[in-house]
Design a binder for this molecule. Structure first.
Ligand code: AR6
Length: 174
């Protein structure tokens, strides 16, 4: 079980947390949506570092520095492009959360930190068109079932609809 799960409505690039997660593409060289916003706000050095990583496969994750962002590190993960739900989309999305959490725990251990906070966007639910409610359930279930009890998770919703879906799924009423 993770330590604490919260939901936030806002822009993930503004957060002063240990790690933010980027919903990237296989090239890791930037794009639109949250990926574009993160690269823009972090500055051009991020692309230089990403260029050396040799891309990233669907469901996998890679960690970089955060440059001009307030957070300490960025974990880049590549969600599935949703087709019809019969192309392993759910498992790939699950892997994004599993692999991102594993990298976060590795970062925590390497830096001897008692506790860390990682912020996730709603991976795959924009340009990659994964159905929002289903993606939300996978995100919450996967993170909740992980065994990292020293990691706090923030789900960052940029859209009101996502914020409503996450709060409903987590039974948050206030
Ligand atoms: N902070 C938090 N969430 C955001 C922000 C932000 N600043 N901006 C957008 N979102 P998307 P994907 C939300 O399309 O579906 C890129 O071109 C957005 O409202 O960013 O995984 C990549 O390079 C949505 O809920 O990512 C890939 O090619 C969520 O982020 C492709 O898009 C995900 O939408 C990845 O597609």
């Amino acid at each position: 079980m993770v330590n604490k799960i919260t939901v936030l409505l806002g822009d993930i690039t503004t957060l002063d947390v240990d790690i933010i997660v980027n919903a990237a593409n296989n090239s890791l060289l930037g794009g639109g949506g949250v990926d574009g916003a993160i690269h823009y706000m972090a500055g051009p050095e991020l692309k230089e570092e990403c260029r050396k990583l040799g891309g990233c496969k669907d469901g996998e994750a890679k960690i970089t520095n955060a440059y001009n962002l307030k957070c300490k590190k960025i974990i880049h993960t590549v969600g599935p492009i949703y087709k019809d739900g019969k192309h392993d989309e759910e498992q790939v999305l699950r892997n994004c959360y599993i692999n991102s959490m594993a990298l976060a725990e590795q970062y925590r251990l390497e830096n001897n930190l008692d506790e860390i906070t990682i912020a996730f966007p709603c991976i795959s639910t924009g340009a990659f068109r994964f159905p929002k409610a289903r993606a939300c359930k996978i995100a919450i279930d996967t993170v909740s079932n992980s065994s990292y009890d020293k990691i706090n998770v923030i789900f960052v919703c940029y859209e009101e609809l996502d914020y409503t879906i996450y709060r409903e799924m987590l039974n948050i009423n206030n």
